[in-house]
Design a protein around this ligand. Structure first.
Ligand code: ACM
Ligand code: ZN
Length: 550
Protein backbone atom coordinates (compact mmCIF):
# COMPACT_ATOMS: atom_id res chain seq x y z
CA UNK A 1 0.00 0.00 0.00
CA UNK A 2 2.82 2.33 0.99
CA UNK A 3 4.59 1.50 -2.27
CA UNK A 4 1.42 2.21 -4.23
CA UNK A 5 1.02 5.59 -2.49
CA UNK A 6 4.63 6.48 -3.21
CA UNK A 7 4.22 5.55 -6.86
CA UNK A 8 1.00 7.55 -7.03
CA UNK A 9 2.66 10.57 -5.43
CA UNK A 10 5.56 10.32 -7.85
CA UNK A 11 3.15 10.14 -10.78
CA UNK A 12 1.24 13.21 -9.58
CA UNK A 13 4.50 15.07 -8.95
CA UNK A 14 5.83 14.26 -12.38
CA UNK A 15 2.52 15.29 -13.96
CA UNK A 16 2.71 18.63 -12.08
CA UNK A 17 6.32 19.04 -13.13
CA UNK A 18 5.38 18.48 -16.75
CA UNK A 19 2.40 20.80 -16.53
CA UNK A 20 4.39 23.58 -14.97
CA UNK A 21 7.29 23.18 -17.41
CA UNK A 22 4.97 24.03 -20.24
CA UNK A 23 3.35 26.74 -18.19
CA UNK A 24 6.69 28.47 -17.48
CA UNK A 25 6.93 30.16 -20.81
CA UNK A 26 6.80 33.94 -21.04
CA UNK A 27 5.50 35.29 -23.33
CA UNK A 28 2.86 32.61 -23.31
CA UNK A 29 2.80 30.71 -26.63
CA UNK A 30 -0.20 30.97 -28.91
CA UNK A 31 -0.96 27.24 -28.67
CA UNK A 32 0.68 24.76 -26.33
CA UNK A 33 -0.72 21.35 -25.58
CA UNK A 34 0.74 18.98 -23.06
CA UNK A 35 0.90 15.27 -23.83
CA UNK A 36 1.85 12.18 -21.87
CA UNK A 37 5.50 11.25 -21.55
CA UNK A 38 8.78 13.08 -21.73
CA UNK A 39 12.01 13.34 -23.68
CA UNK A 40 15.29 13.08 -21.83
CA UNK A 41 17.58 15.82 -23.13
CA UNK A 42 20.84 15.46 -21.21
CA UNK A 43 23.33 14.02 -23.68
CA UNK A 44 20.82 14.30 -26.54
CA UNK A 45 21.97 14.65 -30.16
CA UNK A 46 20.94 17.77 -32.08
CA UNK A 47 20.39 17.54 -35.83
CA UNK A 48 20.11 20.67 -37.96
CA UNK A 49 18.67 20.85 -41.44
CA UNK A 50 21.52 22.17 -43.65
CA UNK A 51 18.92 24.52 -45.19
CA UNK A 52 18.70 26.47 -41.92
CA UNK A 53 20.21 29.95 -41.77
CA UNK A 54 23.85 29.53 -40.62
CA UNK A 55 23.13 31.84 -37.69
CA UNK A 56 20.30 29.55 -36.66
CA UNK A 57 22.72 26.60 -36.69
CA UNK A 58 25.15 28.62 -34.57
CA UNK A 59 22.35 29.35 -32.09
CA UNK A 60 21.39 25.66 -31.90
CA UNK A 61 25.05 24.76 -31.35
CA UNK A 62 25.36 27.31 -28.55
CA UNK A 63 22.18 25.98 -26.94
CA UNK A 64 23.43 22.40 -27.22
CA UNK A 65 26.76 23.35 -25.65
CA UNK A 66 25.07 25.16 -22.78
CA UNK A 67 22.70 22.24 -22.15
CA UNK A 68 25.62 19.83 -22.18
CA UNK A 69 27.65 21.90 -19.75
CA UNK A 70 24.87 22.73 -17.30
CA UNK A 71 23.29 19.27 -17.32
CA UNK A 72 26.68 17.59 -17.00
CA UNK A 73 26.26 15.34 -20.04
CA UNK A 74 27.75 16.31 -23.40
CA UNK A 75 25.44 16.78 -26.37
CA UNK A 76 26.32 16.45 -30.07
CA UNK A 77 25.35 18.59 -33.06
CA UNK A 78 25.33 17.52 -36.69
CA UNK A 79 23.85 18.72 -39.99
CA UNK A 80 22.99 15.55 -41.92
CA UNK A 81 21.35 15.63 -45.34
CA UNK A 82 17.89 14.18 -45.87
CA UNK A 83 16.53 14.87 -42.41
CA UNK A 84 12.94 15.21 -43.57
CA UNK A 85 13.11 11.79 -45.29
CA UNK A 86 14.72 10.24 -42.26
CA UNK A 87 11.89 11.61 -40.13
CA UNK A 88 9.35 9.95 -42.38
CA UNK A 89 10.95 6.57 -41.73
CA UNK A 90 10.39 7.07 -38.00
CA UNK A 91 13.92 5.90 -37.20
CA UNK A 92 15.47 9.19 -36.20
CA UNK A 93 15.99 10.24 -32.59
CA UNK A 94 17.11 13.39 -30.79
CA UNK A 95 16.34 17.07 -31.27
CA UNK A 96 15.71 17.85 -34.94
CA UNK A 97 15.59 21.41 -36.34
CA UNK A 98 13.93 21.70 -39.74
CA UNK A 99 13.71 24.61 -42.14
CA UNK A 100 10.13 25.17 -43.22
CA UNK A 101 9.87 27.93 -45.84
CA UNK A 102 6.09 27.95 -45.58
CA UNK A 103 6.17 29.38 -42.06
CA UNK A 104 5.85 33.09 -41.20
CA UNK A 105 9.17 34.82 -40.44
CA UNK A 106 8.89 34.76 -36.63
CA UNK A 107 6.75 31.65 -36.25
CA UNK A 108 7.94 28.27 -35.01
CA UNK A 109 6.54 24.94 -33.93
CA UNK A 110 7.79 22.31 -31.50
CA UNK A 111 6.66 18.69 -31.24
CA UNK A 112 8.13 16.67 -28.42
CA UNK A 113 7.61 12.91 -28.25
CA UNK A 114 9.49 10.22 -26.30
CA UNK A 115 12.86 9.97 -28.04
CA UNK A 116 12.30 12.79 -30.52
CA UNK A 117 11.68 16.54 -30.70
CA UNK A 118 11.00 18.22 -34.02
CA UNK A 119 11.34 21.98 -34.29
CA UNK A 120 10.27 23.82 -37.44
CA UNK A 121 10.84 27.43 -38.42
CA UNK A 122 11.15 29.46 -41.58
CA UNK A 123 13.65 32.12 -40.59
CA UNK A 124 16.31 32.86 -38.02
CA UNK A 125 13.96 34.51 -35.52
CA UNK A 126 11.64 31.52 -35.55
CA UNK A 127 14.53 29.21 -34.63
CA UNK A 128 15.74 31.62 -31.94
CA UNK A 129 12.27 31.79 -30.40
CA UNK A 130 11.91 28.01 -30.47
CA UNK A 131 15.22 27.80 -28.57
CA UNK A 132 14.03 30.36 -26.01
CA UNK A 133 10.84 28.38 -25.53
CA UNK A 134 12.75 25.11 -25.12
CA UNK A 135 15.04 26.76 -22.58
CA UNK A 136 12.08 27.95 -20.56
CA UNK A 137 10.77 24.39 -20.40
CA UNK A 138 13.98 23.30 -18.66
CA UNK A 139 15.15 23.95 -15.09
CA UNK A 140 16.10 27.60 -14.46
CA UNK A 141 19.74 26.50 -14.05
CA UNK A 142 19.96 26.46 -17.85
CA UNK A 143 20.32 30.26 -17.53
CA UNK A 144 23.26 29.96 -15.17
CA UNK A 145 26.93 29.51 -15.81
CA UNK A 146 27.67 26.50 -13.70
CA UNK A 147 26.92 22.80 -13.78
CA UNK A 148 23.55 22.29 -12.16
CA UNK A 149 22.63 20.13 -9.21
CA UNK A 150 19.39 19.40 -11.00
CA UNK A 151 19.55 16.08 -12.81
CA UNK A 152 16.04 16.06 -14.22
CA UNK A 153 16.81 17.29 -17.71
CA UNK A 154 13.79 16.36 -19.75
CA UNK A 155 11.15 18.07 -21.82
CA UNK A 156 7.48 17.19 -21.45
CA UNK A 157 5.86 15.72 -24.52
CA UNK A 158 3.90 18.51 -26.12
CA UNK A 159 2.89 20.32 -29.27
CA UNK A 160 3.55 24.06 -29.50
CA UNK A 161 2.62 26.35 -32.34
CA UNK A 162 3.60 29.96 -31.80
CA UNK A 163 3.98 33.35 -33.42
CA UNK A 164 3.85 36.95 -32.21
CA UNK A 165 0.92 39.34 -32.32
CA UNK A 166 3.00 42.41 -33.24
CA UNK A 167 6.03 42.75 -35.49
CA UNK A 168 7.52 45.65 -33.45
CA UNK A 169 8.44 44.44 -29.99
CA UNK A 170 10.73 47.16 -28.78
CA UNK A 171 12.74 48.23 -25.79
CA UNK A 172 14.54 51.56 -25.61
CA UNK A 173 17.66 52.60 -23.74
CA UNK A 174 18.91 56.11 -23.08
CA UNK A 175 22.71 56.09 -23.27
CA UNK A 176 22.95 59.88 -23.21
CA UNK A 177 21.89 60.89 -19.71
CA UNK A 178 23.96 58.02 -18.39
CA UNK A 179 26.39 56.02 -20.45
CA UNK A 180 26.20 52.21 -20.56
CA UNK A 181 29.26 50.20 -21.53
CA UNK A 182 29.13 47.76 -24.44
CA UNK A 183 29.05 44.87 -21.93
CA UNK A 184 26.09 46.43 -20.13
CA UNK A 185 24.26 46.97 -23.40
CA UNK A 186 24.87 43.32 -24.29
CA UNK A 187 23.33 42.18 -21.01
CA UNK A 188 20.33 44.34 -21.82
CA UNK A 189 20.06 42.68 -25.24
CA UNK A 190 20.42 39.24 -23.66
CA UNK A 191 17.40 39.69 -21.44
CA UNK A 192 15.40 41.21 -24.31
CA UNK A 193 16.21 38.10 -26.34
CA UNK A 194 14.95 35.74 -23.62
CA UNK A 195 11.52 37.35 -23.88
CA UNK A 196 11.48 37.50 -27.69
CA UNK A 197 11.77 41.25 -28.17
CA UNK A 198 13.10 42.23 -31.59
CA UNK A 199 13.80 45.99 -31.65
CA UNK A 200 16.40 47.83 -29.58
CA UNK A 201 15.81 51.59 -29.77
CA UNK A 202 19.11 53.17 -28.81
CA UNK A 203 18.90 56.82 -27.75
CA UNK A 204 22.41 58.01 -28.54
CA UNK A 205 22.30 61.78 -28.45
CA UNK A 206 20.76 64.39 -26.19
CA UNK A 207 21.36 67.68 -24.36
CA UNK A 208 23.43 65.90 -21.69
CA UNK A 209 25.84 63.96 -23.91
CA UNK A 210 26.58 62.75 -27.44
CA UNK A 211 27.49 59.06 -27.48
CA UNK A 212 28.36 57.99 -31.01
CA UNK A 213 31.59 58.57 -32.88
CA UNK A 214 31.05 60.49 -36.13
CA UNK A 215 34.22 60.58 -38.21
CA UNK A 216 33.30 63.71 -40.15
CA UNK A 217 32.56 65.69 -36.96
CA UNK A 218 35.25 64.45 -34.56
CA UNK A 219 34.55 67.01 -31.85
CA UNK A 220 31.32 65.16 -31.06
CA UNK A 221 33.42 62.47 -29.38
CA UNK A 222 35.95 64.92 -27.93
CA UNK A 223 33.73 67.70 -26.57
CA UNK A 224 30.04 66.76 -26.90
CA UNK A 225 30.43 63.45 -25.08
CA UNK A 226 31.47 65.25 -21.88
CA UNK A 227 29.54 67.26 -19.33
CA UNK A 228 30.98 69.21 -16.44
CA UNK A 229 29.22 67.39 -13.64
CA UNK A 230 25.69 66.16 -12.99
CA UNK A 231 22.87 67.42 -10.80
CA UNK A 232 22.46 65.48 -7.56
CA UNK A 233 19.18 63.63 -7.00
CA UNK A 234 16.26 65.92 -7.76
CA UNK A 235 18.08 69.15 -6.88
CA UNK A 236 18.27 71.18 -10.09
CA UNK A 237 20.52 73.78 -8.47
CA UNK A 238 23.18 71.21 -7.55
CA UNK A 239 26.22 69.82 -9.38
CA UNK A 240 28.46 66.98 -8.23
CA UNK A 241 31.36 68.57 -10.17
CA UNK A 242 32.46 65.18 -11.51
CA UNK A 243 33.25 65.37 -15.21
CA UNK A 244 31.02 62.73 -16.84
CA UNK A 245 31.25 61.24 -20.31
CA UNK A 246 31.67 58.37 -22.73
CA UNK A 247 30.93 57.41 -26.31
CA UNK A 248 30.82 54.35 -28.52
CA UNK A 249 33.41 54.06 -31.26
CA UNK A 250 32.10 53.00 -34.64
CA UNK A 251 33.69 49.59 -34.10
CA UNK A 252 31.80 49.25 -30.83
CA UNK A 253 28.56 50.25 -32.53
CA UNK A 254 29.14 47.54 -35.17
CA UNK A 255 29.87 45.05 -32.38
CA UNK A 256 26.57 45.82 -30.65
CA UNK A 257 24.63 45.71 -33.93
CA UNK A 258 26.09 42.28 -34.74
CA UNK A 259 25.51 40.97 -31.21
CA UNK A 260 21.88 42.09 -31.39
CA UNK A 261 21.42 40.56 -34.87
CA UNK A 262 22.64 37.19 -33.57
CA UNK A 263 19.78 37.41 -31.07
CA UNK A 264 17.14 38.39 -33.64
CA UNK A 265 17.18 42.04 -32.58
CA UNK A 266 17.41 45.01 -34.94
CA UNK A 267 19.04 48.11 -33.47
CA UNK A 268 17.18 51.34 -34.22
CA UNK A 269 19.45 54.30 -33.52
CA UNK A 270 18.01 57.65 -32.48
CA UNK A 271 19.62 60.97 -33.29
CA UNK A 272 17.22 63.37 -31.64
CA UNK A 273 16.68 66.52 -33.71
CA UNK A 274 16.21 69.47 -33.97
CA UNK A 275 15.78 69.80 -30.18
CA UNK A 276 17.79 67.90 -27.56
CA UNK A 277 20.98 68.95 -29.37
CA UNK A 278 22.78 71.05 -26.77
CA UNK A 279 25.72 68.65 -26.41
CA UNK A 280 26.34 68.78 -30.18
CA UNK A 281 26.13 72.58 -30.11
CA UNK A 282 28.82 72.65 -27.41
CA UNK A 283 31.26 71.41 -30.08
CA UNK A 284 29.69 73.05 -33.14
CA UNK A 285 28.07 76.31 -31.95
CA UNK A 286 27.68 77.55 -35.52
CA UNK A 287 24.64 75.27 -35.93
CA UNK A 288 22.67 77.06 -33.20
CA UNK A 289 20.52 80.18 -33.57
CA UNK A 290 22.67 82.38 -31.30
CA UNK A 291 26.11 80.89 -31.95
CA UNK A 292 26.58 80.07 -28.28
CA UNK A 293 28.67 79.55 -26.27
CA UNK A 294 27.03 76.27 -25.32
CA UNK A 295 27.90 73.43 -22.92
CA UNK A 296 26.42 69.94 -22.50
CA UNK A 297 23.76 70.20 -19.84
CA UNK A 298 24.44 69.14 -16.26
CA UNK A 299 20.74 69.10 -15.30
CA UNK A 300 17.73 67.14 -16.57
CA UNK A 301 14.88 68.60 -18.58
CA UNK A 302 14.59 70.14 -22.03
CA UNK A 303 17.01 72.83 -23.16
CA UNK A 304 15.52 75.62 -25.25
CA UNK A 305 18.80 75.94 -27.15
CA UNK A 306 18.22 73.90 -30.31
CA UNK A 307 19.54 73.50 -33.85
CA UNK A 308 18.98 76.39 -36.23
CA UNK A 309 17.12 75.28 -39.37
CA UNK A 310 17.68 78.73 -40.88
CA UNK A 311 21.31 77.86 -41.62
CA UNK A 312 22.28 75.53 -44.46
CA UNK A 313 25.31 74.37 -42.43
CA UNK A 314 22.91 72.71 -39.99
CA UNK A 315 21.61 70.46 -42.75
CA UNK A 316 25.11 69.65 -43.98
CA UNK A 317 25.93 68.63 -40.41
CA UNK A 318 22.80 66.50 -40.02
CA UNK A 319 23.28 64.81 -43.38
CA UNK A 320 26.89 63.95 -42.58
CA UNK A 321 25.92 62.55 -39.17
CA UNK A 322 22.93 60.60 -40.48
CA UNK A 323 24.90 59.39 -43.47
CA UNK A 324 27.39 57.72 -41.14
CA UNK A 325 24.60 56.44 -38.89
CA UNK A 326 22.82 54.94 -41.91
CA UNK A 327 26.01 53.05 -42.79
CA UNK A 328 26.45 51.69 -39.28
CA UNK A 329 22.93 50.43 -38.69
CA UNK A 330 21.57 48.02 -41.32
CA UNK A 331 17.91 48.18 -40.17
CA UNK A 332 15.29 49.93 -42.27
CA UNK A 333 14.48 52.65 -39.72
CA UNK A 334 16.34 55.58 -38.20
CA UNK A 335 14.66 57.41 -35.35
CA UNK A 336 15.04 61.17 -35.72
CA UNK A 337 13.46 62.19 -32.41
CA UNK A 338 11.50 65.38 -33.06
CA UNK A 339 10.15 65.63 -29.51
CA UNK A 340 10.21 68.61 -27.17
CA UNK A 341 11.74 71.21 -29.45
CA UNK A 342 11.13 74.63 -27.88
CA UNK A 343 10.65 77.28 -30.56
CA UNK A 344 11.53 80.47 -28.62
CA UNK A 345 14.94 80.85 -30.26
CA UNK A 346 13.50 80.29 -33.74
CA UNK A 347 11.02 83.13 -33.16
CA UNK A 348 13.90 85.53 -32.50
CA UNK A 349 16.46 84.17 -34.96
CA UNK A 350 16.91 86.19 -38.19
CA UNK A 351 18.02 83.06 -40.07
CA UNK A 352 15.01 81.02 -38.98
CA UNK A 353 12.64 83.86 -39.78
CA UNK A 354 14.28 84.35 -43.20
CA UNK A 355 13.78 80.63 -43.87
CA UNK A 356 10.12 80.91 -42.89
CA UNK A 357 9.67 83.82 -45.35
CA UNK A 358 11.61 82.07 -48.09
CA UNK A 359 9.42 78.97 -47.76
CA UNK A 360 6.25 81.04 -47.55
CA UNK A 361 5.35 79.31 -44.29
CA UNK A 362 2.49 80.85 -42.31
CA UNK A 363 1.02 80.00 -38.95
CA UNK A 364 -2.68 79.14 -38.96
CA UNK A 365 -5.33 78.38 -36.43
CA UNK A 366 -3.76 74.96 -35.76
CA UNK A 367 0.00 75.41 -35.71
CA UNK A 368 2.53 78.24 -35.55
CA UNK A 369 4.92 79.09 -38.37
CA UNK A 370 7.71 77.66 -36.21
CA UNK A 371 5.91 74.34 -35.88
CA UNK A 372 5.66 74.22 -39.66
CA UNK A 373 9.38 75.03 -39.76
CA UNK A 374 10.02 71.86 -37.75
CA UNK A 375 7.96 70.02 -40.38
CA UNK A 376 10.32 71.36 -42.98
CA UNK A 377 13.26 69.90 -41.03
CA UNK A 378 11.49 66.53 -40.75
CA UNK A 379 10.72 66.46 -44.49
CA UNK A 380 14.26 67.34 -45.51
CA UNK A 381 15.78 64.72 -43.26
CA UNK A 382 13.22 62.13 -44.36
CA UNK A 383 14.10 62.84 -48.01
CA UNK A 384 17.81 62.61 -47.28
CA UNK A 385 17.45 59.32 -45.43
CA UNK A 386 15.34 57.91 -48.25
CA UNK A 387 18.39 58.35 -50.50
CA UNK A 388 20.19 56.01 -48.07
CA UNK A 389 17.37 53.50 -48.19
CA UNK A 390 16.05 54.38 -44.72
CA UNK A 391 12.64 55.26 -43.32
CA UNK A 392 12.13 57.64 -40.42
CA UNK A 393 10.45 57.24 -37.07
CA UNK A 394 9.72 60.27 -34.94
CA UNK A 395 8.09 60.97 -31.60
CA UNK A 396 4.46 62.03 -31.95
CA UNK A 397 5.35 65.74 -32.16
CA UNK A 398 6.20 65.10 -35.81
CA UNK A 399 2.44 64.98 -36.41
CA UNK A 400 2.25 68.72 -35.66
CA UNK A 401 1.84 70.32 -39.07
CA UNK A 402 1.98 68.06 -42.09
CA UNK A 403 3.75 64.74 -42.13
CA UNK A 404 5.04 63.29 -45.39
CA UNK A 405 3.93 59.76 -46.38
CA UNK A 406 6.17 56.94 -45.20
CA UNK A 407 7.00 58.33 -41.74
CA UNK A 408 6.28 56.23 -38.66
CA UNK A 409 5.03 57.82 -35.45
CA UNK A 410 6.10 56.72 -31.98
CA UNK A 411 3.26 57.70 -29.69
CA UNK A 412 4.58 58.66 -26.26
CA UNK A 413 2.22 61.39 -25.03
CA UNK A 414 -0.52 58.82 -24.53
CA UNK A 415 -1.99 56.85 -27.40
CA UNK A 416 -3.64 59.76 -29.23
CA UNK A 417 -0.62 60.16 -31.53
CA UNK A 418 -0.91 56.53 -32.65
CA UNK A 419 -4.65 56.90 -33.23
CA UNK A 420 -4.18 60.08 -35.23
CA UNK A 421 -1.33 58.56 -37.22
CA UNK A 422 -3.26 55.38 -38.05
CA UNK A 423 -6.34 57.41 -39.03
CA UNK A 424 -4.20 59.31 -41.53
CA UNK A 425 -2.56 56.21 -42.95
CA UNK A 426 0.75 56.36 -41.07
CA UNK A 427 2.30 53.46 -39.24
CA UNK A 428 2.62 53.91 -35.50
CA UNK A 429 4.26 52.33 -32.46
CA UNK A 430 2.76 52.62 -29.01
CA UNK A 431 5.03 53.77 -26.20
CA UNK A 432 2.70 55.81 -23.97
CA UNK A 433 4.09 57.27 -20.75
CA UNK A 434 1.03 55.91 -18.92
CA UNK A 435 2.06 52.27 -19.45
CA UNK A 436 5.46 52.09 -21.13
CA UNK A 437 7.82 54.47 -19.31
CA UNK A 438 10.13 52.26 -17.30
CA UNK A 439 11.95 55.25 -15.80
CA UNK A 440 8.76 55.81 -13.78
CA UNK A 441 8.58 54.24 -10.31
CA UNK A 442 7.28 50.68 -10.02
CA UNK A 443 5.05 51.25 -7.02
CA UNK A 444 2.88 53.82 -5.27
CA UNK A 445 5.13 53.46 -2.26
CA UNK A 446 7.51 56.14 -3.53
CA UNK A 447 9.72 56.08 -0.46
CA UNK A 448 10.43 52.38 -0.88
CA UNK A 449 11.57 52.80 -4.48
CA UNK A 450 14.98 53.93 -5.68
CA UNK A 451 15.28 57.39 -7.20
CA UNK A 452 13.31 57.71 -10.41
CA UNK A 453 11.15 59.98 -12.48
CA UNK A 454 8.12 61.05 -10.52
CA UNK A 455 5.47 59.06 -12.41
CA UNK A 456 4.34 55.52 -11.61
CA UNK A 457 4.07 52.53 -13.94
CA UNK A 458 3.38 49.37 -11.99
CA UNK A 459 3.82 45.87 -13.34
CA UNK A 460 0.06 45.58 -13.38
CA UNK A 461 -0.24 48.77 -15.41
CA UNK A 462 2.06 47.66 -18.21
CA UNK A 463 0.40 44.24 -18.22
CA UNK A 464 -3.01 45.88 -18.65
CA UNK A 465 -2.16 47.79 -21.84
CA UNK A 466 -4.64 47.07 -24.61
CA UNK A 467 -2.66 48.14 -27.69
CA UNK A 468 -5.54 48.31 -30.14
CA UNK A 469 -8.06 49.97 -27.85
CA UNK A 470 -9.84 52.74 -29.76
CA UNK A 471 -8.22 51.81 -33.08
CA UNK A 472 -10.79 50.94 -35.79
CA UNK A 473 -10.22 47.43 -37.07
CA UNK A 474 -9.48 48.60 -40.61
CA UNK A 475 -6.61 50.74 -39.26
CA UNK A 476 -5.17 48.14 -36.90
CA UNK A 477 -2.52 47.07 -39.42
CA UNK A 478 -0.92 50.51 -38.96
CA UNK A 479 -0.08 49.69 -35.33
CA UNK A 480 3.26 47.98 -35.76
CA UNK A 481 3.60 47.18 -32.11
CA UNK A 482 4.54 48.27 -28.63
CA UNK A 483 7.71 49.50 -27.00
CA UNK A 484 8.81 50.56 -23.52
CA UNK A 485 11.28 53.38 -22.92
CA UNK A 486 13.96 53.56 -20.29
CA UNK A 487 15.23 57.10 -19.87
CA UNK A 488 18.17 57.26 -17.52
CA UNK A 489 18.29 60.69 -15.94
CA UNK A 490 17.92 59.22 -12.48
CA UNK A 491 19.58 55.89 -13.21
CA UNK A 492 23.35 55.70 -13.07
CA UNK A 493 24.26 52.10 -12.22
CA UNK A 494 23.66 48.80 -14.06
CA UNK A 495 21.94 47.37 -10.97
CA UNK A 496 19.46 50.24 -10.91
CA UNK A 497 18.95 49.98 -14.68
CA UNK A 498 18.10 46.29 -14.42
CA UNK A 499 15.81 46.97 -11.47
CA UNK A 500 13.82 49.44 -13.56
CA UNK A 501 13.69 47.02 -16.50
CA UNK A 502 12.71 43.89 -14.60
CA UNK A 503 10.27 42.33 -14.24
CA UNK A 504 8.33 44.96 -16.23
CA UNK A 505 10.01 43.72 -19.41
CA UNK A 506 8.31 40.34 -18.92
CA UNK A 507 4.88 41.96 -18.74
CA UNK A 508 5.72 44.03 -21.81
CA UNK A 509 6.67 40.88 -23.70
CA UNK A 510 3.21 39.39 -23.16
CA UNK A 511 1.57 42.64 -24.33
CA UNK A 512 3.71 42.50 -27.47
CA UNK A 513 3.46 38.78 -28.18
CA UNK A 514 0.16 37.37 -26.96
CA UNK A 515 -3.03 37.59 -28.98
CA UNK A 516 -5.89 39.70 -27.69
CA UNK A 517 -7.60 38.06 -24.74
CA UNK A 518 -4.81 35.52 -24.25
CA UNK A 519 -3.10 37.20 -21.31
CA UNK A 520 -3.80 35.80 -17.88
CA UNK A 521 -2.65 37.92 -14.89
CA UNK A 522 -3.04 35.03 -12.44
CA UNK A 523 -0.84 32.76 -14.52
CA UNK A 524 1.67 35.55 -15.13
CA UNK A 525 2.09 36.23 -11.43
CA UNK A 526 2.46 32.54 -10.59
CA UNK A 527 5.00 31.91 -13.34
CA UNK A 528 7.02 34.92 -12.27
CA UNK A 529 7.33 33.62 -8.74
CA UNK A 530 7.77 29.96 -9.53
CA UNK A 531 10.00 30.05 -12.55
CA UNK A 532 10.94 33.41 -14.05
CA UNK A 533 12.41 34.93 -10.90
CA UNK A 534 14.73 31.91 -10.56
CA UNK A 535 15.64 32.44 -14.25
CA UNK A 536 16.60 36.07 -13.55
CA UNK A 537 18.50 34.91 -10.46
CA UNK A 538 20.40 32.28 -12.42
CA UNK A 539 21.25 34.80 -15.14
CA UNK A 540 22.40 37.27 -12.47
CA UNK A 541 19.97 40.12 -13.14
CA UNK A 542 18.77 42.57 -10.53
CA UNK A 543 14.99 42.97 -10.46
CA UNK A 544 12.08 44.13 -8.33
CA UNK A 545 11.04 41.08 -6.33
CA UNK A 546 7.86 42.28 -4.62
CA UNK A 547 4.66 41.58 -6.45
CA UNK A 548 2.64 43.95 -4.29
CA UNK A 549 1.25 45.73 -7.32
CA UNK A 550 0.09 42.69 -9.14
C1 ACM B 1 10.10 61.72 -24.72
O1 ACM B 1 9.89 61.07 -23.68
N1 ACM B 1 10.50 62.97 -24.66
C2 ACM B 1 9.93 61.10 -26.03
ZN1 ZN C 1 17.75 79.92 -36.09
Amino acid sequence: MKRLLTTLTLCILSLCARASALDNIIPQPLQAELQKGSLRVSGISFKCDPALDPKAREAVTAFAARLGYVSGKATTVSSPLGLADALATGKIKGMVFLHDASMEPEAYSIRVRPGLAVIRAGELNGVLYALQTLRQMLPAEIYGNKPAENRRWSLPCCTISDKPRFSWRGMHLDSSRHFWSVEEVKRYLDVMAIYKLNRFHWHLTDDQGWRIEIKSYPLLSQISCWREGTMIGRDFSSNDHIRYGGFYTQDEIREVVAYAADRGITVVPEVDLPGHMLAALAAYPEFGCTGGPYAAWTIWGVSDQVLCPGKEGTFRFLEAVLGEVAELFPGEYIHIGGDECPKDEWKKCPDCQARIRELGIRGDGHFTAEQYLQNYVTHRIQEFLATRGKKIIGWDEILEGELAPGATVMSWRGTAGAKQAAAHGFDAILAPTSHCYFDYLQSEDRDAEPLGFNGIVTLEKIYSLDPLEGIPQEQAHHILGVQANLWTEYISTPEHLEYMLLPRLLALSEVQWCQDGKRDPGRFRRVLQEYQFPVLDAAGYNYRKQLTNF
